[in-house]
Design a protein around this ligand. Structure first.
Ligand SMILES: Nc1ncnc2c1ncn2[C@@H]1O[C@H](COP(=O)(O)OP(=O)(O)OP(=O)(O)O)[C@@H](O)[C@H]1O
Length: 333
């Protein structure tokens, strides 16, 4: 069972967090979540707001009309910055060098996938960004803060491989749990739950229990929970790894549409080359013992990506480069 900290990403130690966290503004049912400014004009697979429901700019940072495809190419503001990052676990069998000399910049609005063999440090990196593991060397900043400060400022939502929903709570109650812990009013909770359920197309399932939903739907509920409090960053650790390929394809399309709609910065761990290439603006190839980055590929693919883009020469070329990176890392061991 996940700890409360892992569910909502916040520090539940008895002492209140020192810097007053930048609490997300409360919304009324008529207000959108941040970053949904241009929903009405875009197409995708998860439902979009009707134009009349699309709110006036709620997020001052969101560009009024983002011409495509700019997010991958415009050198956006840095959200996550790792410099010479080391993380060594001390175990009974000796030290385990989970991350070594990791240098990486992730810009606002990027979709960054981490791919590599088991044990190369993908999860450790994500958990370090989330402040759940502590680096033993180098520096790591999230929105210009330490990961601990960023966690207290509610900078990210976290989605795990297992949906991690409480079976005795309805889907709506699972999603509202972090909001409840954060002290949102009941009306705010209800508005936010309704909005994120709509975002992941589960509006009709608020009163169902997790066991009444398919695996893919449970993962969508888990994504909804991570989106509920307006974090700018979404950290996703193999969220679709346990699902069959057809469901996974569908969720990939939906996630891409959701990302474009909300303009989140996403860090996504996967073992699948097609998934990494299909989803990402940047692909980080890693290799184990010690865990390190062997290649960073900025994707030249357009942001509008139908599934059959996977048959294009451009897609195949990037997939080939990822495969070569993985093979080279393997030969280095
Ligand atoms: N809490 C821990 N204590 C000790 N060692 C750990 C801990 N967490 C991870 N490790 C070790 O650190 C290394 C990196 O693990 P990590 O889980 O980050 O890899 P990964 O690339 O995410 O693997 P997978 O794809 O299997 O999830 C592994 O050798 C792992 O055994």
């Amino acid at each position: 069972m996940l700890s409360r900290e892992e569910i909502d990403g916040f520090d539940h130690s008895p002492e209140p967090p020192k810097p007053a966290p930048a609490r997300a503004p409360k919304v009324t049912p008529s207000q959108p979540l941040a970053g949904e400014a241009d929903l009405a004009s875009r197409k995708g697979n998860w439902r979009y707001l009707a134009p009349e429901a699309a709110a006036p700019q709620a997020d001052a940072e969101a560009p009024a009309a983002a011409p495509e495809p700019t997010r991958a190419t415009d050198a956006p503001a840095t959200v996550i910055s790792a410099r010479d990052l080391d993380l060594v676990f001390q175990t009974n069998d000796g030290p385990v060098h989970a991350l070594s000399g990791v240098n990486l910049e992730i810009g606002k609005g990027e979709f960054v996938s981490f791919i590599g063999p088991s044990g190369c440090g993908k999860t450790t990196f994500l958990r370090a960004v989330a402040g759940l593991e502590h680096p033993t060397g180098g520096s790591l900043t999230v929105n210009g803060m330490t990961p601990d400060e960023a966690r207290q400022a509610r900078a990210y939502g976290y989605v795990f491989q297992a949906a991690g929903l409480y079976p005795w709570r309805t889907i709506a109650k699972n999603i509202s749990l972090p909001l409840q812990i954060m002290g949102y009013s009941k009306a705010d909770q209800e508005a936010r739950v309704a909005r994120v359920l709509e975002l992941v197309e589960l509006s009709g399932f608020a009163k169902k229990y997790p066991w009444q939903l398919s695996g893919g739907m449970q993962q969508r509920a888990s994504i909804a929970r991570a989106l509920s409090f307006d974090a700018d960053i979404l950290l996703m650790d193999e969220p679709f790894g346990a699902l069959d390929e057809i469901v996974r394809d569908h969720l990939n399309e939906q996630l891409l549409a959701l990302w474009k709609r909300t303009e989140k910065t996403i860090g996504f761990v996967t073992h699948s080359i097609p998934e990494a290439v299909y989803l990402s603006t940047k692909i980080v190839v890693m290799s184990p013992r010690p865990g390190r980055i062997t290649d960073v590929i900025d994707s030249p693919l357009p942001l509008d990506r139908p599934l059959d883009i996977r048959d294009t020469p451009e897609f195949i070329e990037i997939a080939h480069r990822v495969r070569e990176g993985l093979r080279a890392g393997h030969l280095d061991e």
